[in-house]
Design a protein around this ligand. Sequence first.
Ligand SMILES: [Zn+2]
Length: 70
Amino acid sequence: MPGHRTHTVPAEQRALLRDALADAVFYRDPPVDCDACDALDGLCDACAAGLARARAYLALGRALGVDASR
Ligand SMILES: [Zn+2]
């Protein structure tokens, strides 16, 4: 596949990278209980930003050939 590079991270580092990204996603995931979200009946700005960052982490993981969602 010209111009398409995947699995540029060594296997033993992919496992660590997956864990690191999964941790990052975990901490960026919107909390189950958020008073601001409850008041809005939706995602508040802080949670929306966190969710966007979590999705960016997952996309980065996929780009590097690891799946951080679990
Ligand atoms: Zn919130």
